[in-house]
Design a binder for this molecule. Structure first.
Ligand code: DGL
Length: 288
């Protein structure tokens, strides 16, 4: 017997469930950054039923060693997949995708769409051949990121910037805290390189939190650059991997699930509602 938890429907073993009106898409991040992917995903497939899951009990992921992070992500995903039976999972987190995608694909049969540094579009766009990858300390250390650079940006000088506090600052700003410009400026400063009369002209936003404060980063940049946010491309990929829409009707209102609760309890209600997530739930999964 298969239980469709969201639709509250039971199917007998061996019977084929009816074509889903609203495919279930799970969007996953360590915190609120995945909302920048979530909003594009909703635009791309308004017919889908979205669950937004934030592993805030373990935020920020950027500080974890690789082995512990993979174990953590597998255990959170086990819980979410068992509970929601999604048709597709978007890992809206570079720090998670660059290390855990192979393990996730090996463990679960549901398709995963990952979020990884947009090195290829950055190299395609750069005139000066000086590009910067702005991510968490975890993402910029990964072999996955190094391989992308070898494959797609071999003729560029790539500066890897692991910003220690930028994801947390972006969350604070989203909550409405008064975060000083100087704090943001210090995090992005190493992205801006000048050498031999050339300047960095492209910066990849390789943490899904950063587009939350993109206007501010643009304002504080020492000179104008192109900022690359991969969210629209991820949303297109997601949309292409689930069955074509069978209805014009929008999917049911989205649900946000937090593993910790601190974020959900810190006055985020109106922010989540703005993103179309009126329902917030805490499903505790403490970090041991
Ligand atoms: N949003 C996550 C990413 O894209 C990272 C934030 C964290 O350190 O948890 O990498």
């Amino acid at each position: 017997m298969r239980v469709d938890l969201l639709a509250g429907t039971l199917y007998q073993a061996g019977t084929v469930p009816p074509m889903k009106q609203h495919p279930i898409v799970l969007v996953f991040d360590s915190g609120l950054g995945g909302l920048t992917v979530f909003r594009e995903a909703v635009k791309a497939r308004p017919d889908a039923q979205f669950i937004y899951a934030a592993d805030d009990a373990a935020f920020p992921y950027g500080r974890f060693d690789e082995a512990s992070l993979v174990i953590r992500i597998l255990s959170v995903m086990e819980r979410l997949i068992t509970r929601f039976a999604p048709d597709l999972v978007v890992v809206a987190c570079n720090t998670a995708s660059t290390i855990a995608l192979p393990a996730l694909r090996a463990r679960f049969s549901v398709p995963f769409v990952g979020t990884v540094p947009a090195v290829k579009p950055a190299a395609e766009h750069s005139q000066s051949r000086l590009i910067s990858v702005l991510g968490t300390p975890g993402t910029v250390k990964r072999e996955y990121t190094a391989a992308l650079i070898r494959e797609f940006a071999a003729d560029c000088e790539v500066t890897l910037v692991g910003a220690p506090h930028l994801a947390a600052l972006a969350e604070a700003a989203l909550r409405g805290d008064d975060v000083a410009d100087a704090a943001f400026a210090a995090e992005i400063a190493p992205c801006f390189v000048e050498t031999d009369g050339r300047r960095t002209d492209v910066v990849t936003l390789s943490c899904t939190h950063y587009p939350l404060v993109r206007d501010r980063l643009e304002r504080l940049a020492p000179w104008p650059v192109t900022w690359i946010d991969p969210a629209p491309a991820i949303a297109r990929r997601m949309a292409s991997l689930i069955a074509a829409p069978v209805t014009d009707r929008a999917g049911p209102a989205g649900l946000a699930v937090f593993t910790g609760g601190q974020m959900a309890e810190s006055g985020l209600g109106p922010v989540m509602t703005d993103f179309g997530l009126a329902q917030i739930e805490i499903d505790p999964l403490p970090l041991h």
